[in-house]
Design a protein around this ligand. Structure first.
Ligand code: ADP
Ligand code: MG
Length: 224
């Protein structure tokens, strides 16, 4: 599904070099549930952003079913995301003046559906995540756990092959974390490939097929 080869991402800021990724190679199989932990600053978000095609590496390859992402232009990478990849960001990135329903509908904007179909799917996805009675709420009128589920719904509404989730349980209570963990395990059982970055040591440890740790821009495999 994804073959990641010697991926490097160097940030240069005022003459300083930061090696956010320092030679990451791994294969993510179709239908795999991969869990990534690691200290703050170890390169986890940088890796997810590269896999989603939001950012480009300094060197290395990311071979996907549609070709090497690192060789594709911005437009083709957006297409990769629009059609195949659901992303949930650490900070949710919801649009404040839009309702939950409108935020989720945005997840389908580039997938080529008509408005009525977009709304139908958005409603269905939110309802499936227990937010059927929150469709018209704006993010500020939702709890942290609810905002997180709206962000997850926006990622899932296009029924992506791959879900990339970045520390989305970082600031949630145990009940919400457990509910998200169950949702992820269900999605994975239905065949979705999942890459979950987490600070929460309990989260998904049992459900994941493999666990990796990032350390100074490199991947270290954790024993099962
Ligand atoms: P993590 O998600 O594991 O906390 P990140 O991938 O966000 O780590 O960051 C890895 C390293 O790259 C950190 O040292 C961070 O400061 C640096 N970094 C991340 N994004 C940028 C950026 N846009 N410009 C400069 N440095 C960055
Ligand atoms: Mg991060």
């Amino acid at each position: 599904m994804l073959r990641i080869r010697d991926l490097r991402r160097v940030y240069r800021i005022g003459g300083q070099e930061v090696r956010a990724l320092d030679g990451v190679s791994l294969e993510i199989r179709e239908g795999e549930y991969l869990r990534i932990v690691g200290a703050s600053g170890s390169g986890k978000s940088t890796l997810l952003n590269l896999l989603g095609g939001i950012d480009r590496p300094t060197s290395g390859g990311i071979i996907t079913p549609i070709g090497d992402l690192t060789l594709l232009g911005r437009h083709e990478r957006s297409r990769w995301r629009a059609l195949h990849v659901g992303m949930v960001f650490q900070t949710f990135n919801l649009i404040p003046h839009r309702t939950a329903l409108q935020n989720v509908e945005l997840g389908l904007l580039f997938a080529g559906f008509e408005r009525a179909e977009r709304l139908r799917r958005a409603r269905e996805t939110l309802t499936g995540l227990g937010l059927g009675d929150r469709l018209d709420h704006r993010p500020s009128a939702l709890s942290g756990g609810e905002q997180q589920r709206v962000a997850l719904a926006r990622a899932l509404v296009k029924r992506p092959r791959i879900l990339l989730a970045d520390e989305l349980t970082g600031n949630l209570d145990e009940e919400n974390s457990a509910s998200i963990a169950r949702t992820f395990a269900d999605l994975n059982r239905q065949g979705m490939t999942i890459v979950l970055v987490t600070h929460d040591h309990a989260l998904a440890a049992a459900d994941a097929d493999r666990s990796a740790r990032m350390s100074y821009g490199r991947i270290v495999w954790e024993s099962a």
